[in-house]
Design a protein around this ligand. Structure first.
Ligand SMILES: Nc1ncnc2c1ncn2[C@@H]1O[C@H](COP(=O)(O)OP(=O)(O)OP(=O)(O)O)[C@@H](O)[C@H]1O
Length: 450
């Protein structure tokens, strides 16, 4: 900004100087004109004086002619002759013209002097203005210098800061570089190892198709060998399985022989609230602590002893009862006919033992679960088909509860195959896949019986 102002002022100063020069040259021209006019006036006066002198020579000596007071003299000249008077008149006319010319020249001179004064005044003003401008320029120059100095200082400071920063960054870069160099040095052995690994792998990849072919051939041979081994193992397993089955059959037969074909258990349910109220409720039944197959019944002071396969006391759980019949379920899978039923007076706990309650199921539910879990376990090797039939025996009459007409009576006949087994012709059989299916059948059965 200051530079612009200074430049403008310099331009203005140059213009004013140019103007001053022009005015000076014009003034010089006017001066020259004035000098010329003065010279001409001098010349004309000189000529007039010579004429007057010439004329004086021809006039009376007492005529006093003086050029500076010639007007007055003119009035005092005594004309002695007609020629002199005529010449005098002419001279007077010329004198008048010269007087006029002189006044005009004087006027011109005054004007020129006025112009000269005016020019000098303008020149003085311009000089003053120039001085003012010069002062302003000096001030601006001073400010400019201060600004320049400030800028220089700022520049130096910024350069110094940048230098310090660059130095620290340079230092950090050098440190990083040193770290990178160290890393590079430490990586070089790893790189060499990797290169050798890579070359090794490359060779392996090149050899891979041949190795693969070889491995496939070997694998094929091994698989064939394994297959033949497995096949022989299977044969062996089958043989063992058959032997196992025979063993199980033998065991079952032994079990039946030892425990008897028909086993009878007795389960004593807990005493109900009403029974607790009666005085002799707790003393009627008692158990033998050494033998779990003995039950004592006290009736009218007389103790009767019952011997069974097992007696379950009131605190026996559903699980304990089921464990006792569990082996029979396995026998059922192995192809034996099994029948489990509960017998007893009303409210003695038959339904509780066979069906149980939702949170603690009885023998039926547990047997079905075990049956299906065994079947599922053997599923890869054996095909099983489980069917359900339901009959009602009431007053010596047999009815098919799953049949289309549950009211129809069924007959029990001897199997004509000569096996000595009984069978019921026309009895409905429903194939089931899970214990839930059996539950559905039972529900419909209840529905039908209703
Ligand atoms: N071992 C037991 N533990 C607990 N409660 C039992 C037990 N046995 C039976 N009960 C309860 O005794 C009551 C009668 O049992 P349950 O209905 O099983 O007798 P029931 O022999 O089936 O009778 P009904 O012949 O009249 O059908 C039921 O409330 C049952 O919950």
């Amino acid at each position: 900004r200051w530079e612009n102002q200074a430049r403008q002022r310099e331009r203005r100063l140059a213009e004013l100087e140019q103007e001053l020069l022009e005015k000076n040259s014009r003034m010089e021209g006017l001066q020259r004109q004035l000098d010329d006019s003065r010279g001409q006036l001098e010349e004309s006066r000189r000529r007039q004086v010579e004429r007057i002198k010439a004329l004086s020579g021809r006039t009376k000596p007492n005529v006093l002619v003086c050029w500076c007071v010639h007007q007055y003299v003119t009035h005092t000249v005594e004309v002695e002759s007609a020629d002199s008077q005529k010449a005098l008149a002419e001279m007077q006319v010329k004198n008048g013209a010269l007087q006029e010319q002189l006044s005009v020249q004087r006027q011109l001179l005054r004007e020129l002097e006025t112009q000269l004064h005016e020019s000098q005044r303008t020149c003085a003003q311009l000089r003053t203005q120039i001085l003012v401008y010069e002062g302003e320029m000096e001030r601006a120059q001073g400010q400019l210098e201060v600004e320049m100095q400030n800028l220089e200082e700022e520049k130096n400071r910024v350069i110094e800061e940048a230098f310090i920063r660059a130095e620290s960054e340079m230092k950090a870069v050098h440190e990083n570089l040193a770290g990178v160099r160290m890393n590079l040095l430490s990586l070089q052995p790893a790189l060499r190892t990797l290169t050798s690994d890579y070359n090794c792998l490359k060779r392996q990849v090149q050899d891979f198709p041949f190795m693969l072919d070889k491995a496939i051939t070997e694998a094929k041979q091994e698989i064939c060998q394994v297959i033949s081994e497995v096949s022989s193992t299977n044969q062996e397993l089958l043989r063992k399985y058959k032997r196992e089955m025979n063993l199980r059959k033998k065991c079952h037969n032994e079990l039946v022989r030892l425990k008897g074909n028909i086993r009878v258990f007795c389960r004593v349910r807990p005493v109900s609230q009403e029974e607790q109220d009666s005085a002799d409720a707790k003393t009627m039944l008692s158990f033998d602590s050494d033998d779990d197959a003995i039950l004592y019944l006290s009736n009218k002071g007389k103790i009767m002893t019952f011997e069974l396969d097992k007696v379950f006391p009131p605190h026996a759980t559903q699980e304990e009862v089921f464990q006792e019949v569990q082996a029979l379920i396995t026998s059922c899978i192995d192809g034996y006919n099994v029948c489990i039923f509960a017998y007893g007076q009303t409210g003695s706990g038959k339904t509780y033992t066979m069906e149980g309650v939702t949170h603690d199921p009885g023998i039926n539910q547990r047997a079905l679960r075990l049956l299906f879990s065994e079947v599922t376990e053997k599923a890869p090797d054996w095909d099983y088909k489980i069917t359900v039939s339901m009959v009602e025996i009431y007053n010596e009459t047999l009815r098919d509860l799953l049949g289309e007409n549950p009211a129809d009576k069924l007959d029990i006949k001897m199997n004509p195959d000569g096996s000595g087994q009984l069978y019921v012709p026309g009895l409905t059989e429903i194939t089931v896949q899970s214990p839930e299916d059996i539950n559905k059948v039972r529900t419909s059965c209840f529905f039908l019986s209703v």
